[in-house]
Design a protein around this ligand. Structure first.
Ligand SMILES: O=C(O)CCC(=O)C(=O)O
Ligand SMILES: [Fe+2]
Length: 357
C-alpha cells in the first residue's frame, strides 16, 4: 500500500522554496501534500525507438541518405521522437552545458529569485512551477527550472559566469543541426526546397533554452517532475546527465527513453504538427522522478521566427482538401503556453479546427 502523504507543510516553506532546498532538508521522508500527484511512473522499454544518423543526412552516399530520410519520416510519423546520433556537436560542449546548468541550480537562492517570472514575455525565468491536475487542484512540480530566450535575441542569466559562453555556442550548434533536420523534413513532406526556411523564417528562428533540475524524491510515485504535455515549437532537443526520467507516449503506452551517451533526444513539437497538417503528431511526454539521484535535463526548443505565422503548409492543405489547424503567430502561441493561462488545456487543442467549424 502506498504510504500516507505527509501533512501540509506551512505554505511558505513550499511557496517560497526551490524544490532543491526542500529535497535537501534531511527530515523529508514524505512528499508534502502540495506536490501530491499520484502516478504510475513505470514505463515500458522499447528497442524500436528510432535512431537517426545525422552524418548520413549531411555527407552519406545517396543510398545512405535515402535510407536515413526514410527513417526520419517514419520516426516523425509513427513516434514523434528519435535519438539523433553522429550530430557533430562536440561531447565537450554537451558536458559543459550540463555542468554550467547544474552550477546555476547550485547558486544561492537570491541569485535565482532575480528571475522569478513576472510575465510570460520575460526573456529569462526561473522557479519551480505548478500545474492544475485533473481534480482541478494546483499541484507543485518536483522540479526547479531556468528558461531563457536565446535566439533571435540572446538572453542568459548573469551567473554562473561560464554559462553565457557555453550557452551561446550550444545555441549556435543546435540551431544549425535543427535547421538541417527541418530542411530534410520539408523534403520528406514533399515541400519545395527552401520552403521551410522561407515560411518559418528560419534565419531568425526562435530558440528557448530550458534546464530542469529534479532532485531525488522520497516517494517517486506520489510526485511528478513534469506531467504529460507536448512542446511548442518545431523540434525539441534534449540531453541529460545520464539519469533516466524522460518518458514518451506511443500508441497509448508510456516508454522509457534511454539513449546512447552523447546522443540527442529529439521530439516533434506542436508547430510541426500544425505545419504538416497533422501528418506528424506532437508527441506527449513527461518527466518522472526517482528516489536515488538528481536528474538534470537541458532542453533546446527550436521554433519558427517569433513573428512568423505558422499554419498548415499550402501544398499539404491542397492534398488534404482542408486545413486542420488555425494559423497563429509563433510568439503568441509560445507566450500563451508559458503564461499557464490555459489551465492544463493544450494550446494545440485550442487551435484545432473541428470538422463542423
Ligand atoms: O526533463 C525532461 O526529460 C523533460 C523536459 C521537458 O519535457 C520540457 O522541458 O519540456
Ligand atoms: Fe517537454
Amino acid at each position: 500500500m502506498a504510504p500516507a502523504i505527509a501533512p501540509m507543510k506551512p505554505s511558505n516553506v513550499v511557496e517560497n522554496s526551490f524544490v532543491k532546498a526542500l529535497a535537501e532538508s534531511s527530515t523529508l521522508n514524505y512528499v508534502p501534500s502540495q506536490f501530491a500527484f499520484a502516478n504510475d511512473s513505470r514505463g515500458s522499454h522499447s528497442d524500436s525507438i528510432p535512431i537517426v544518423d545525422f552524418a548520413h543526412l549531411v555527407s552519406g552516399t545517396p543510398d545512405q541518405r535515402t535510407k536515413v530520410l526514410r527513417n526520419l519520416d517514419k520516426a516523425c510519423r509513427e513516434w514523434g521522437f528519435f535519438v539523433l546520433v553522429n550530430h557533430g556537436i562536440p561531447d565537450t560542449l554537451l558536458k559543459a552545458i550540463i555542468e554550467a546548468s547544474l552550477e546555476y541550480f547550485e547558486l544561492p537562492e537570491e541569485d535565482k529569485r532575480r528571475y522569478e517570472a513576472k510575465s510570460a514575455s520575460d526573456p529569462i525565468k526561473s522557479g519551480s512551477g505548478s500545474v492544475i491536475n485533473t481534480a482541478n487542484h494546483r499541484v507543485h512540480l518536483w522540479r526547479d527550472f531556468v528558461k531563457s530566450y536565446v535566439h533571435p535575441q540572446f538572453h542568459c542569466p548573469d551567473k554562473p559566469h561560464k554559462l553565457r559562453e557555453v550557452l551561446a555556442e550550444f545555441s549556435e550548434k543546435t540551431r544549425s543541426v535543427a535547421r538541417k533536420l527541418l530542411q530534410d523534413i520539408g523534403e520528406n513532406l514533399g515541400l519545395e526546397k527552401g520552403y521551410m526556411d522561407e515560411v518559418l523564417k528560419l534565419d531568425s528562428c526562435f530558440q528557448l533554452y530550458a534546464a530542469n533540475y529534479y532532485p531525488p524524491c522520497p516517494q517517486p510515485d506520489q510526485a511528478i517532475g513534469l506531467p504529460a504535455h507536448t512542446d511548442h515549437g518545431l523540434l525539441t532537443f534534449l540531453i541529460h546527465n545520464g539519469v533516466a526520467g524522460l518518458q514518451i507516449q506511443h500508441n497509448g503506452e508510456w516508454f522509457n527513453t534511454n539513449s546512447p551517451q552523447n546522443s540527442i533526444l529529439v521530439n516533434t513539437a506542436d508547430h510541426l504538427e500544425i505545419l504538416s497538417n497533422g501528418r506528424y503528431k506532437s508527441v506527449r511526454h513527461r518527466a518522472v522522478v526517482n528516489n536515488e539521484a538528481t536528474r538534470i535535463s537541458v532542453v533546446m526548443a527550436n521554433g519558427a521566427a517569433p513573428d512568423a505565422i505558422v499554419e498548415p503548409a499550402g501544398p499539404l492543405v491542397e492534398q488534404d482538401g482542408r486545413a486542420y489547424y488555425h494559423p497563429m503567430k509563433f510568439i503568441e502561441y509560445v507566450e500563451t503556453m508559458l503564461s499557464n493561462r490555459l489551465q492544463g488545456k493544450s494550446n494545440l487543442d485550442c487551435i484545432k479546427i473541428q470538422q463542423h467549424d
